[in-house]
Ligand binder design. Sequence first.
Ligand code: F3S
Length: 648
Amino acid sequence: MGQTLTEKILSDHLVEGDLTPGEEIGIEIDQVLMQDTTGTMVWLQFEALDLDEAQTELAAQYCDHQTYQFDFKNTDDHRFLRSAAGTYGAHFSRPGNGICHNVHKENFAAPGKTLLGSDSHTPTPGGLGQLAIGAGGLDIAVAMGGGAYYVEMPEVVNVRLEGELPEWSSAKDVILEMLRRETVKGGVGKVFEYTGPGAESLTVPERTTITNMGTELGATSSLFETDEKTKDYLERQGRGDEYVELTADDDAEYADEIVIDLGDLEPLIACPSMPDNVVPVREVAGEKVEQVLVGSCTNGGYEDVLPAAKMVKDQEVAKHLEMIVAPGSKQAGEMLARQGWTAEMMAAGVNVSEATCGPCIGIGHVPASDSVSLRTFNRNFEGRSGIEDDNVYLCSPQVAAAAALKGEIVDPRDLADELGLDAPGIELPDKYDGSKTDLIYAEDAIDDELIKGPNIGEVPLQDPLGSNISGETLLKMEDNITTDHIIPATSDILKFRSNIERLSDFTLSRVDETFAQRAKDAGTGVLVAGENYGQGSSREHAAMCPMYLGIEAVLAQSFARIHKANLFNFGIVPLAIDEETYAKIEQGDDVEIVDDVAEAVESGQEEFTIRVNDDWEATANLHASERERRILTAGGKLPLTKQQAEGG
Ligand code: F3S
């Protein structure tokens, strides 16, 4: 039987298991990437594992999320990251050089290789045939030490693209259409493989917009076959020799097929405050807009900013509104500047920023209270922009630029008629010629020992799993709680990312401000949540901080993939409960796991009995592989890996 492209790449990297969907597999990792907010912990964990040097073919550390220096903490973190990259043999991308996914795509992403990254949008280079997966930092540290990465074998779904995009529609509309149809849970346990004539018609930057936002579908990864367009892109980046032709077999069997005719797509927009809340732009036209942001790892490339720049050239953005363009990389920013586009945008009233994630996680350019902000980003979870009462819409650069000119949401086709605008289309440069001054290659490292400032703390360690788990339900939460709810990524909080003792004070503060203090007072406890708990980023702090506060189990109707792995990695037992149990259990209830927990976890027991308020009982299920059970029993992945290294 023929293989899908995903199966081919996984077969080439398989070290444990077979390719049965739903079963755990271990794979070898060729490349790892880290960004600044998760990277400090990766390196502290790497240090705690007593490892000498990165064993992967390539490791790259980026500084992109928090590039503004408000006080010494971020600067200290960046210096620590540079020193760690130098000490352990990783490339280092300086603050301002751009967003990890953009810079990685430009410089290192390679077809057929595996990439593991401590950021949930790591699947971005799937657009050039790299199988890339987001994971928690500890998984990255272990992979960088030469260990396998373990993941549930995903189902592979074929997304067949027919036709060609009409003028004014873009790759963003393809992925918004996927979100409209499949929702933020539709990709859980799946890899989406894009094929067909429509896929062939898209350039690599368009493909990576789609693979980037596969994360919003909850997918393990997204992938395109490679072809002349891939080769051409790599050649323009000066890396043509890295091209490898990769296709699925003609008789490959997919778990499912989704068909999208690109010709049918009109400009779409995701309304507040979920990426799957998608409607045609015309449905919300007329809504007053106060802020427009073009950038991010989804639409921050040269090819993304250029259409917006072409549209605003010789025009003026509405006076009541601020339009900000933050290129995704310095390569993009430098090229736009050299070609005069930056000046054109500035003349039109656009504020051009440094290359950073920044506003995507509420760091800078926070919208005004209760106002509408249109963004070309990938997430619009409530409060992520840095203010609770935000109204963030997600759209393509074309739709964003149209709104900036009109001052309200408008379908760019309608504005084009009004202003006589030409459809900007998509245009690749003959050659990507940004300078590399902000990349410090491993071989040119300037540090050979770790530099730790006072804000760099210790990696907390959990005791091995005990036989008893009981405590108060410290918080009952709803469906779709994100990692942003658990540990917000705003600048006032993120600056403590390397200091778990301080950071844990903010745990779940967006859900209940008293939570951290109550957890500290109680010393132990459990959390209860609805469906899809922990969706969003790969932030392992969202498991590490609850662990630090003494949370021993999370009872949820379902868990997001990366967060569930992070719960195991930090010794928190993730138990699945049914709808009835969820409805019955209240915040403040005392929950006791009746079974001898350590023994039950070790012996492979799946069903656990929970007793609530000494009054009623229910069943909770532990869906865990043998390996995950070993991790839980040891108190987490770090203690287990250390034990193994010591021969224990
Ligand atoms: Fe950065 Fe936002 Fe992407 S935080 S990595 S631009 S999702």
